[in-house]
Write a protein that binds this ligand. Structure first.
Ligand code: GLN
Length: 544
């Protein structure tokens, strides 16, 4: 482990803010910065600040905000936590996602408990103090040397002001050599002139300065490498040395970004400002992992059938897990997003038959009735046509419905989520869910132990009879239908909670038909792909 020259006691903070517009890849820049520091031997972690008023991401529609990422401890978090976990290969707790809702909940609770007795409770200092204390507490309780804090939203938003104010105060309190600000902006090229425009960056830095923050590093997103002319201009107008203006141009894969940042000397700037000693990354196998994401021999076509396909970010961890598994066998994964509602009408459905053109069909998690009959049709089609199938959570539940209807001939088989009055509730509310009244944070969440049954595909895949995986669901398989499934040759290959809940369902003598109640996608890492995804991708690569 490298050492930090002890100038000031306590952890160091790197703050990543965003300018110009959203969607610039701040999460990847945050993760890559943390990765460089981790590879240099520091104890580092990331925190995501989300300025929206929801307490967590669990109650938001994935089409509006992207996937809900589930942590080991059952947090329903912003999808950027997935990036941090994948880059750093660590498991984060839900405390690593801080929202306005969460901060206000704590402050208001403290006010009700009389903790601020006699005081008028205000944004400054009470809300800003709560934010700073939260960040310090994470650093302290996890014994971190450096915390990289990403502030969601764009500078200038009203919502993010209390957070930025807290970060500004933190700089004052812990000292300049213990804090560093990275501001992520954009240098667009207008088609007509073909020149990189620096004005949006200039304006966004001005906006940041207006609230008292002078960035130390500008990470400028651009399609092609930032020209020296653009770099010089940005340096001049933003009052930042040229070597602190980093070009974040398009890379062949996100895992190349740490190398891209390092090649421009970003770590030198960080180590000088934060007074870090021996700050040079020992790349270990990271470079070869990153390379495996752009050196492929052949590709595999996968259909992801779901209801949130209009925004691929809704299934971002599924997408990454597929790409990790693909890279591990040297195959590029071409994903096609298929709207499940289009597969609802089976008679003469060209949509359904079109699924035959894919090497594999994946059904990820989901909620509610819309499009569900299309998923059931797709799951049945994959079974009948011997097309590799991977079902996750909703994709597991509806594969069971499909098997009970079409293989076991229980015509009315359904999930009570889709038809509360069904005669055959083969997927039903978990008993402990019946008494919950609040929707936020009330599902079966987080890591649970899973016990795998011998002589199953699951055991072949995991090579272990006990695994831990993350969950997020309200419904489960109704074990009254266990024997009828077994009598029809289906394998029930893993259980949790002392056999109470079915976790894996397989169809033997199929190229690959594997569905899990748990979310395997949250456990996949570059270089360490999740086993079920590897099994699926391998089967898909063996063309029928
Ligand atoms: N809607 C299903 C449930 O609540 C599946 C959830 C999911 O796919 N995450 O159990």
């Amino acid at each position: 482990m490298r050492s930090i020259r002890k100038q000031v006691e306590g952890p160091k903070f790197i703050f990543v803010t965003g300018g110009v517009m959203s969607g610039l890849g701040k999460g990847v820049i945050t993760s890559s910065t943390a990765k460089l520091l981790q590879l240099s031997g520091f104890r580092v972690s990331c925190v995501k600040i989300d300025p929206y008023v929801n307490c967590d991401a669990g109650t938001m529609n994935p089409i509006a905000h992207g996937e809900v990422f589930v942590t080991d401890d059952g947090g329903e978090c912003d999808m950027d936590l997935g990036n941090y976990e994948r880059f750093l290969d660590i498991a984060l707790s839900k405390d690593h996602n801080l929202t306005t809702g969460r901060v206000y909940l704590d402050v208001i609770r403290a006010e009700r408990e009389g903790k601020y007795l006699g005081q008028c409770v205000q944004i400054i200092p009470h809300v800003t103090d709560a934010i700073k204390n939260h960040l310090r507490k994470i650093a302290r309780s996890e014994n971190l040397e450096i915390v990289v804090v990403e502030c969601g939203g764009t500078v200038g938003d009203i919502e993010s002001l209390p957070f930025l104010e807290a970060l500004r105060q933190l700089e004052l309190e812990v000292g300049h050599s213990n804090t560093l600000f990275i501001h992520v902006t954009l240098a667009p090229i207008l088609d007509v002139v073909g020149e990189q425009k620096t004005k949006p960056t200039q304006h966004s830095v001005q906006e940041l300065r207006r609230i008292g923050i002078q960035p130390d590093i500008l990470a400028v997103r651009c399609r092609t490498k930032l020209t020296s002319e653009a770099r010089r201009k940005i340096s001049l107008f933003a009052s930042i040395e040229e070597n602190s203006v980093v070009s974040c141009h398009d890379a062949p894969s996100i895992y190349k970004i740490p190398e891209l940042l390092e090649s421009q000397g970003m770590l030198d700037v960080i180590s000088e400002k934060l007074r870090l000693e021996n700050c040079s990354p020992r790349w270990l196998n990271w470079r070869s992992i990153a390379k495996s994401f752009h050196t492929y021999e052949g590709s595999i076509r996968i259909a992801i059938v779901g209801k949130y396909v209009s925004l691929p970010d809704s299934y971002v961890s599924v997408y990454h897990a597929l790409s990790h598994a693909g890279a591990s066998i040297g195959k590029k994964i071409e994903v096609n997003w298929v709207e499940s509602q289009k597969l609802e009408n089976t008679t003469g459905s060209s949509g359904l038959h079109h699924l035959r053109t894919y090497d594999g069909i994946l059904v990820p998690g989901g909620f509610g009735k819309r499009g569900s009959e299309g998923i059931i049709n797709a799951a049945n089609f994959a079974r009948l046509e011997n097309i590799p199938y991977l079902g996750i959570c909703f994709g597991f539940q509806l594969a069971i419905v499909a098997a009970l209807r079409n293989l076991c001939l229980i015509e009315n088989a359904n999930s009570t989520e889709l038809d509360p009055d069904t005669k055959d509730p083969v997927i039903d509310y978990m008993p402990e869910q019946r008494s919950t009244t609040e929707l936020g944070g009330s599902m079966r969440l987080g890591n649970h132990e899973i016990n795998i049954v011998p002589t199953t595909l699951a055991l072949d895949i995991y090579k272990n009879d006990k695994i831990f995986r993350r969950h997020r669901h309200r419904y489960e398989f109704n074990q009254h239908y266990r024997n009828i499934l077994l009598d029809n040759g289906v394998a029930l290959s893993a259980f949790s909670d002392s056999g109470k809940r079915l976790e894996i369902f397989e169809i033997p003598n199929h190229r690959f038909y594997f569905a899990s109640q748990y979310h395997s996608e949250f456990s996949s890492r570059p270089g360490k792909p999740e086993e079920a995804f590897v099994g699926f991708v391998r089967a898909a690569a063996l063309k029928s």
